[in-house]
Structures are given as C-alpha cells and as structure tokens.
Design a protein around this ligand. Structure first.
Ligand SMILES: [Ca+2]
Ligand SMILES: [Ca+2]
Length: 652
C-alpha cells in the first residue's frame, strides 16, 4: 500500500493505493468473493460485501470536514455477482446463517455504493486526535455485472491546528508514539515530554489487600518504574470512583500502567449493554476505565457505551485486571507474576505454543485453524508449536491437553465458549474451569488467549475460565486475554476482529518486540478501532469485551526490548535507618543531580503527612511520633522527576 502524506495549512491530505484485489468464487454458489489486503469487508446484510479501506490520520487540533476523491478506476474481472453479506453469528452460535441479496441494490440500475465515504470516526489518544475515513474504492454495477476499483484514494481532512496539550512522561510519550504509528502506518507525531512519571504504575485494590500487593510494588521498583497502590475507600472518597482516580493519576502523576487488583467484588466493574446481530446482554467493560476522554455518553441519555455515544475507544493508560476474590487467589496471582518476571523456571516450556483451532461454523467450513496458522507464523522460528485443528465436526487431535496442562509459554483457544470454558464443535472441552485440578504446571505459567464467547465474563455468577487460570495456585496462567461477552468471526475466508486481536498480540510481542504484554493487547485493540463502521457492529462490540487479565507491564519471556533511557534529571530517596521504623524519627537519604527538591511523605491512602524542601542532597529526618502505625511513602520530586521510598512505621 503506497502512502503519501502532505500537510497543507489547515488541510491534511493523505493518498493511498489500495493494492491488488483478489477475486475467488464464493462458498455461496453463484457469487464472487472480493478481498483486499489490509482492508476488511463490511456491509449491511444483503448488500454487496466489498472491502473498505481505512485511511487514518493523526493531528493536534480540532478535526473538520472529511472528503474523498477516487481516481484511476480499473475494471476487476468478476465471474459472478459480488456476494451479499450474510447475517453474522457470534463464535459458538447455532443461529441459522442467511444470505439474501437486497433487491434495492441488486435490482437497481445505479452503481454501488452511492458514496465512497462509508464512515468517519474520531478519537483521542493521549492528546493526539485520530481521524479515520473508511473508504469504499469500488464502483459496482449489479445490472451490468461490472466491478471497477480506484487505484488511488485521496482523503482530505480540514482541521484547526492546535499546539500539543499536556506534557507526557517520557514513558507515556514513547508508548503513544508506538501506538499511533501502529494505527496510522505513518511516522509518529512529536510528543510533548515533561519529565519522568511520579507514578508510572498504579494499583487499585481493596483496602485490606494493600499490604498483600506490596511485592507487586517492589517488582515495579526492580523494573525501574515508580509505583503506588491505593485502596478502594480512598478511590471513592478522594477521587469519586475508579475512572476518576485513573484519570487524575494519568494527568497529574504520569501514570501509564494501571492494575485493577481484584475481581468485581474488590474493584467494581462497569457493565455496558453490548449488542450485535440482534443479541443483547450486559457485560463488564474495563476498557471504560482506560479510555479517559469524555463520559462515553455522547447522546446524554444516561446510558454510556452505546454506539450513538461515539465513545472514545483509544485508551490513555495500559490497563489490566487481576481476577481474584480472596487472599489465596491474590497470592497465587502475585507469586506467578513475580516469578515469571524475576526467576522463571528453565526449560522449553516458555518457547512452546499450544494452538487449538476448533470448527466454528461447519456449514461454511469456518475453522479456527486458519486464524491459528496465522498466529503460528508470528512466533519466533525456534518455538515449538503444538497444533490441534478441527476441520470437520469431532476430528480434532487430542494431543493438546498434556503440553497445555504441563505449562506452555503461549496458549490459544479458538472454539465455542461460555464462561466455564472453550469447546470443540462436539462440545468436548479444549479447556474448562472444571479441569482446574489437572493444571499442575506451577510457575511454568504462560499466557492464554481466546476468541471464544464469554470465557472472561467475570461478573457472571461462578468462576469464569480467566479467573480459574489466574487465581489457581498450582499452575494455570500468568496472564489471559479473553472476551467478557461474544467474540466475533469475519466473513469467511477473512478472519474476524476477535481473531485479529489475538493474532496481533502475538505479532506485536514477537515481531515488533513491544516492551509489555499490556501494550500489545492495547495496540491490538487500537488497530481495530478504525475498522468500526457504525452502529453495534461486530468490531465495536469485540473491542468493548476483549479484556486484559494480567499485570499490564508484564514483559513476555523470550522477548528482549531496549531498556528505557535514563531520565535527564535523577532524584533518589532511600531510608537511612531501620525499616520498619520503631523510633519517632525516620531518616531519608535524598540524592539528586539538580535541586531544589521537594520531599513529601504520604500515608497509605495518599494523604500528605509531611513536606520539606531540600536545597542540597543529604540526610533529612521526618518526625513520625504521633503518626498512626502503617505504611508510608516518601516522594522526592524535582519538577516531573521523582524518586520514592516506602517505610513502615511501628510504635516505638
Ligand atoms: Ca448514551
Ligand atoms: Ca482516549
């Protein structure tokens, strides 16, 4: 795809060459299938199913009118009429599939479509405006049986340029640049960098879990990330809720990573109506806590997350949730995360992938094996790939379970699903909650992904598959990316959004070497946003429900990423005395390359209890006599650069 980008005053012009179309006979007799690389087919049921080309632009400022011009039309050889879109069914559905050409198009003398601009969407990613024009480059005459495609698409975006807004931390800016390049396919915009994050990594958990998550805070120290944990009572009292707390930290403390530590009984979940192809249900949508622009209720009817609200789907933070509901589950998740990061067991397990491709829709031969093969091509060459593929009903090989239950670095489950598991076409299980006792893989706990419906539905009564995998103490998974509601297929032989997101995760981790698994899930979702075509379409719905159950800053084993550059100003604070402190005085060593530096001490709820300004590096004392017993955090800060230390104060 050739790309030319010009900046002309208040017009941004982008020219795209859509590439060569590919025409085959459809699996529906009497029709042709037309595909294009890097474009997804979409239309209303009954309308000609032709690829739409996303043209994406990033800018600082207010977007205005979008216009499209097409040039260089060439005829496309078409043996049969273009197939009409069928109704779609979620993965695992037994709804009948119907294909009925709409006479208002197929019996018309007019060309299709009447307007090449199929949809325009606007979003905001960490202060950058992202505008997508979804373009139909086709001129189809059902009456004459002719199809032409434009060789050149030119999209013009009028806009009012504005300077970049709020400065980002260097870590936030680097992530934003990678994500924007992945979405637009163009060079990144310059980002305004204001310093180092004061809280790169934020943990939100139940008050009584604050001491339990301490090893996760220590882990961030080892990673070179600043981190803190806040309890739900302060999240509610101090900020007004989870999303507001995340937003405040994103805006004021440079937060990039957020871990919601606990299931919905510990950190509440926001449930939204998801609807597609006539199916409706409520499902938890953690994406809402990560996308911080607007209130997600554009039409103001009090019901957020509807397509007519045009919610902004580009996250500002990389967010994951740890699914546990008791201390032993929390400990299991934390232990697996810490050991995976600091001392993973040796052996080939970490470079083994188990790929289960079930038969999804036997009537048209839609098997998960195709998506799995695409995923397989993204792993490094020296990985061992265990394939179990189902090409009819019930003919899958049963060689997958042993390597999966023994622990494998990556596991993908393509099949029918519910909250309790993922299944082959016969409803024999690929993996299910009831098999928990068979997972004895200990710290050989890898990553599990699934396109299936509902295995991540953590607000459904009972234990969902993602929770079993994460909170199981004897093994299971260190991380899972799964749907809280329906997963969606594509128009065969194309893959659907759920398959693309799972495959893009693997590609982004192992080919693009993204530094964290959380960024890979987030970027895999970002890439889908320009493909939403309006209404409760399957891409929109798939985006809402594909959820990261993981430490969002997890670095995937077998992947090396460059370390982040050191900050230009360095500030460190460490304890000069005993920890826990039992005298009435806590001594801090404060070291910095540029002063003056503010030293602040906060209690576990984030309240400021002590403040001092230091002109020179050295040792300074905090008189803590009379302070309640508990955990305190000292933050030494010069502008956007900060160091932190934790101290437990006991009674002398
Ligand atoms: Ca609404
Ligand atoms: Ca956003």
């Amino acid at each position: 795809m050739g790309i030319l980008l010009l900046l002309c005053g208040a017009s941004l012009i982008r020219t795209v060459n859509p590439g060569e179309p590919f025409v085959t006979l459809s699996s529906d007799p009497g029709y042709s299938t037309v595909t294009l690389e890097n474009a997804r087919r979409a239309s209303l049921p009954g309308h000609p199913l032709l690829p739409l080309v996303p043209v994406v632009m990033a800018l600082y400022g207010e977007p205005g009118d979008v216009s499209v011009s097409l040039a260089g039309f060439e005829p496309v050889r078409l043996p049969m009429p273009v197939e009409p879109a069928s109704n779609l069914r979620p993965i695992g559905s037994d709804l009948p599939r119907t294909v009925r050409p709409d006479p208002s198009v197929y019996m018309s003398a007019l060309d299709y479509p009447s307007d090449p601009l199929a949809a325009v969407s606007t979003g905001s990613l960490m202060g950058v405006t992202i505008v997508t024009a979804l373009v139909s480059p086709w001129r189809y005459s059902p009456a004459n049986g002719t199809l032409e495609m434009a060789g050149q698409i030119t999209v013009t975006l009028e806009h009012t340029p504005e300077p970049p807004g709020r400065p980002l931390s260097s870590l936030q800016a680097a992530t934003a640049q990678r994500r924007i390049s992945a979405i637009t396919g163009a060079d990144p915009l310059p980002m305004p960098v204001g310093g180092h994050g004061i809280t790169d990594y934020l943990i939100i958990t139940g008050d009584s879990y604050l001491p339990v998550v301490q090893p996760l805070l220590d882990l961030q120290d080892e990673r070179g990330l600043t981190a803190k944990a806040v309890g739900m009572s302060w999240v509610v009292m101090g900020f007004g809720g989870v999303r507001e707390c995340v937003r405040w930290h994103y805006e004021n403390e440079g937060t990039l990573f957020v871990l919601l530590a606990g299931d919905a009984s510990i950190v509440p979940a926001e449930e939204f109506l998801v609807e597609c192809e006539g199916l409706r249900e409520k499902a938890p949508v953690d994406l809402y806590y990560a996308c911080l622009d607007g209130d997600w209720d554009g039409d103001g009817d009090g019901v957020p997350g509807q397509p007519q609200d045009y919610p902004d789907l580009y996250p500002e933070v990389i967010l994951g949730r740890a699914l546990f509901s008791d201390y032993s589950g929390a400990q299991a998740f934390i232990d697996k995360t810490v050991v995976y990061t600091t001392a993973p067991p040796p052996g080939d397990w970490a470079s083994t992938a188990v790929l289960n491709g079930g038969m999804l829709f036997p009537d048209i031969g839609y098997t998960g094996a195709k998506g799995c093969e695409e995923m397989a091509s993204c792993f490094p060459d020296d990985w061992e790939i265990v394939r179990s593929y189902e090409f009819g009903v019930g003919d899958y090989p049963d060689t997958f379970f042993e390597p999966m239950a023994a622990g494998a670095g990556w596991n993908n489950h393509a099949g029918h699903g519910n909250n309790r598991g993922v299944y082959w076409a016969t409803f024999a299980s690929q993996i299910k909650v009831a098999d928990q006792s068979l997972f004895l893989n200990g710290f050989r706990s890898g990553i599990h992904t699934s396109i299936a419906c509902h295995p991540g539905d953590f607000t459904h009564p009972g234990t969902c598959l993602a929770k079993m995998l994460l909170h199981h103490a004897d093994g299971g998974a260190v991380a899972a990316a799964m749907n809280t509601s329906w997963g969606w297929e594509g128009y065969w032989p194309e893959l659907g959004p759920s398959e693309d997101m799972c495959n893009d995760m693997v590609r982004l981790v192992f080919q693009e070497h993204l530094p964290t698994l959380g960024e890979a899930v987030t970027t895999a979702r970002d890439i889908q946003v320009p493909l939403t075509s309006g209404g409760y379409d399957r891409t929109f719905q798939s985006l809402l429900v594909f959820t990261a159950f993981m430490d969002p800053a997890l670095s995937v084993l077998q992947v090396t990423s460059p370390p982040p550059p050191p900050p230009p100003v360095q500030v460190r604070v460490s304890l000069a005395g005993a920890n826990p402190a039992t005298s009435g005085q806590v001594l801090f060593d404060v070291d910095f390359t540029e002063g003056p530096v503010d030293l602040n001490v906060f209690d576990i709820a984030g309240r400021l209890v002590y403040s001092a300004t230091l002109q020179n590096p050295g040792t300074t004392g905090w008189n803590c006599s009379g302070m309640p017993v508990g955990l305190y955090t000292a933050v030494a800060r010069k502008g956007g650069y900060a160091g932190r230390a934790r101290v437990t104060v006991l009674r002398p």
